[in-house]
Write a new protein. Structure first.
Length: 700
């Protein structure tokens, strides 16, 4: 077991024991007498506190290292290193404290303060005892006790200092310039606290152990790109407040900060501690020490993903086509589909003429709609190489019947070959119709079986997220536009292709759990398959919407003996619905069994088709009549060029599903307006009688 991991466990057990003592005995001498042997037990494990981790930093006669602290700032533990001769004048703590020796000699002299004259900031000190704290013993103090410390006997020391409250929040501490007393002054209220250091070999062992670990590089991204560790995520100190919480969402995650000389890393460690992170370390010697130990450094960005793309091409033999070969085929008018696997923002900058934008995770979802003929050659490109390779191999892994190739070196290769690029295009691959979507799902299902992809429902996801000792990332891998229209609570937008392309910018905690969600189960499955291959050990696809049979707008138009149920709001239904559709409310379907039984087929719709899927799943349990969902909802019907019917033409339920504003009504509008205004005015009288209303008046 790594030293840092074992130390964290031992510290946690020590704090738990001390906390229990304080609960039982309070902040008393008896409590301190019981705390001392507990702290001595931890300090005696010298192997947990090696000098390279807790030795004095260069140019400092004394260094305080952070070891533990409760979220509320209590039970704070530090390693206090001292060079020979390091001393502190008589001072108090304003909270209880205990000191135990790890190695070296720290001489303590104890005092009581008497004859206090607060108005003059004067008092007299009376010596009460002394003790040299070494390995195997300890001293302890109540809030108003005073002591001096001095590192003696000519050798470095390390002692554990445990306080009832963090050193960074003790503004009432004072010190005297003389052991006799006299004038006293405010002691430093916010001392400089440092993160423990770990050696390159320790960090290497932590990586190999396979536990959760985040390696953050606090330098600016441009500096980071020149040289960094393979698993390091860029998290510049200048933007750490905005990035750290997303990169490392769990406060208990071990974090190692790496820079060039430890200076920026220690500053970043203080910032992370202020956010509540409690296991923060700094790589001793920074990158130069890592390199000197014989370990690799990398230039560039997105290195884990870029390296993975090259690995996939080498391992799978991903077929490719050169820019010249593709240009010749296009000029000859051959049946070629070129899909650009980058996000629309990148695609608009430059694209191969005729290529359609289809970001990586969208390929298996959308290409079956575009490549309906098995003879069509599918060419996947990106700006360079990685997304071309991963995109092409996604279609190959899914067993798309077409021949699929990656464009060698992407649009850069096209440009370097002397061919023109198109700029400003917004041609996007369309969403699949019901038939193509069924094919896409079948392709994704084969991938899910091959890679053993695990699925989890919302309840299971909640159980995973509730485990405080594990990190669970939740990503919505659909397009940002779909995400903006609505998403699972707590999910972050991470379009699947970009997540695979730049894992280090989304997830800094290695070996964390990853849960992926979409609406149709294709994009999440394909993204999961790649994350598993990249070495993420626990990846789930969230089944957020039930799977039901779908029908296209054209298929619905041709269907006979069908009852269409619209689950949009009554206002949306009134504005426009599929001709012949009835307005229904999902929660009241069980009361309409007789009507349901009269239909030959039931087709559910809603504005975007999402709510309709849930309603269809409910209906399938209520009736033996075949139930389908209109793929893409009422919007797809309209986009297919089919007419909508307006008005309250077939209301299975009264229009009481939503609140109607006065101007939403079709009759007696003026009366409704007056009623509304009267209601507002009457509220004052009602709240005057209601003791639950507690508005607050502030002085003007």
């Amino acid at each position: 077991m790594q030293i840092a991991t074992e130390r964290a466990r031992a510290v946690r057990e020590t704090i738990e024991a001390v906390r229990a003592i304080e609960v039982q005995y309070g902040a008393t001498r008896e409590a301190l007498d019981r705390i001392k042997p507990v702290l001595v037990g931890l300090a005696s494990r010298t192997e947990l506190f090696p000098a390279h981790s807790f030795g004095n930093l260069p140019g400092r006669p004394g260094t305080i290292f952070h070891l533990a602290e409760d979220p509320d700032g209590r039970f704070a533990l530090y390693g206090s290193a001292g060079a020979p001769g390091k001393a502190q004048p008589p001072h108090n703590h304003t909270t209880w404290a205990c000191i135990a020796g790890v190695y070296g000699d720290e001489h303590n002299v104890f005092y009581d303060r008497v004859d206090d004259r607060p108005a003059e900031k004067q008092a007299r000190l009376v010596k009460t005892g002394e003790l040299t704290v070494v390995k195997g013993n300890a001293c302890a103090f109540l809030p108003d006790d005073f002591h001096t410390i001095e590192v003696v006997n000519g050798r470095e020391s390390l002692h554990l200092h445990l306080y009832g409250k963090t050193l960074e929040d003790l503004p009432g501490r004072v010190y005297f310039g003389s052991s006799a007393g006299g004038a006293y002054q405010r002691f430093m209220s916010r001392p400089e606290i440092f993160a423990p250091r770990i050696s390159p070999a320790e960090l290497k062992a932590m990586i190999a152990a396979g536990g959760e670990l985040a390696i953050l590089d606090p330098r600016e991204e441009g500096v980071y790109a020149k040289s960094h560790l393979f698993l390091a995520s860029s998290c510049p100190l200048s933007r750490m407040e905005m990035l750290a919480g997303k990169l490392v969402p769990r406060a208990g995650t071990p974090i190692v900060l790496v820079d060039e000389d430890e200076k920026l890393a220690q500053r970043a460690a203080a910032v992370l501690r202020s956010f509540g992170y409690r296991q923060v370390f700094v790589l001793a010697g920074g990158q130069p020490a890592w390199s000197a130990a014989g370990y690799e450094l990398y230039s560039g960005v997105f290195v884990p993903s870029k390296a993975f793309g090259e690995y996939v091409e080498h391992r799978d033999g991903t077929p490719r086509i050169t820019a010249g070969e593709l240009k010749a085929k296009l000029d000859a008018g051959e049946d070629v589909l070129v899909v650009d696997s980058r996000p629309m923002g990148e695609y608009r900058v430059m694209n191969i003429p005729g290529a359609l934008d289809c970001p990586g995770a969208e390929l298996v979802y959308r290409v079956p709609e575009l490549a309906k003929k098995p003879d069509t050659l599918v060419v996947v490109n990106c700006a360079g190489r990685t997304r071309s390779i991963i995109g092409a191999q996604s279609l190959i892994n899914a067993k798309l019947p077409n021949k699929v190739v990656a464009l060698k070196n992407g649009t850069m290769g096209w440009h370097l070959a002397g061919f023109e690029l198109e700029k400003g295009s917004q041609a996007h691959a369309p969403a699949p119709g019901s038939e193509a979507l069924a094919k896409a799902r079948a392709l994704a299902d084969s991938v899910a079986r091959r890679f053993g992809i695990r699925r989890v429902d919302r309840a299971g996801l909640a159980r995973l997220a509730s485990q405080a000792d594990r990190t669970t990332y939740l990503f919505d891998v659909r397009s940002p536009e779909e995400y903006a229209q609505g998403h699972l609570p707590g999910a972050l937008s991470a379009p699947g292709g970009q997540l695979v392309q730049a894992t280090d910018t989304y997830m800094a905690t290695r070996n964390a759990r990853v849960a992926l969600v979409d609406t149709e189960g294709v994009r999440a499955v394909m993204t999961a398959s790649w994350l598993l291959q990249m070495g993420w050990p626990e990846v789930y696809v969230v089944e957020d919407a039930p799977r039901v049979d779908e029908i296209s707008a054209g298929g619905l138009k041709a269907l006979k003996e069908v009852q269409v149920l619209d689950f949009g709001t009554s206002l949306e239904y009134r504005a426009g619905h599929v001709p012949g559709a009835a307005f229904a409310i999902r929660s009241r379907l069980a009361e309409r069994r007789e009507k349901l039984a009269q239909a030959g087929t039931i087709v559910c719709t809603s504005p975007d088709g999402v709510l309709a899927r849930f309603a269809a799943a409910d209906l399938a349990k209520l009736t033996s009549v075949p139930v389908k969902v209109l793929a893409g909802g009422t919007a797809a019907w309209r986009e297919a060029g089919l007419l909508l019917e307006a008005g309250e033409t077939q209301m299975w339920e009264p229009n009481e599903d939503v609140y109607y504003k006065p101007y939403d009504r079709k009759s007696q509008v003026e009366q409704a307006m007056q009623d509304y205004l009267d209601w507002e005015v009457a509220l004052m009288e009602k709240i005057g009688r209601d003791s639950d209303v507690r508005f607050v008046d502030y002085p003007g």
